[in-house]
Design a protein around this ligand. Sequence first.
Ligand SMILES: Cc1cc2nc3c(=O)[nH]c(=O)nc-3n(C[C@H](O)[C@H](O)[C@H](O)COP(=O)(O)O)c2cc1C
Length: 182
Amino acid sequence: MKINGNMEKFYYYAFPMQAVLVTCNDGRGKTNVITIAWHSPISKDPPLYGISLAPKRYSHGLIENSKEFVINFVPYDLVEKIHFCGTHSGRKTDKIKDTNLTLIQSQKISTPLIKECFAHFECKLTKTLTLGDHTFIIGEVVNILADENTFENDILKVEKTQPTYYIGGNSYTTIGKTKRDF
Ligand SMILES: Cc1cc2nc3c(=O)[nH]c(=O)nc-3n(C[C@H](O)[C@H](O)[C@H](O)COP(=O)(O)O)c2cc1C
């Protein structure tokens, strides 16, 4: 038997979604970090990646002004830090300091990446689309960095590095089963 879902939380039925940390600069030498679950690859050529941001987020204005951002893919052992960055605003606190995350220089843009994450997309803003109550922020991926020995033939070694997935509310999960080489 099927039961009706909750329209107010329609997107919950699309969870789990990988939660990433997005870094962005404030133009005065400070970097903010925001947790994002609504994000997606869009195009292979050119390589485009999109994040859906509510206009009220502090990071929204930072990315509009700096025109760049980094997508950082986060191992599950940092789940508390993901939750913190998704429940506190950079308007009020320095989340990099609060979480003890380490920033290191990117190669092609000035926004830094988070060392403790396992892969990174350096993105240059190409387009913003207002879609309903969110802005779809589209970046061209101008560089990718990843931890050595974390991918094999570009496929994540999930037995070694477990990504973090958001399932709604205050809840997260990670990968339990893997089927390789069909
Ligand atoms: C797991 C998780 C996922 C989130 N995903 C998004 C998202 O995709 N888009 C968005 O606008 N906010 C999202 N948020 C909310 C922001 O991360 C949160 O409002 C944050 O405090 C904003 O930070 P800022 O004001 O420093 O930009 C998410 C929060 C959590 C906990």
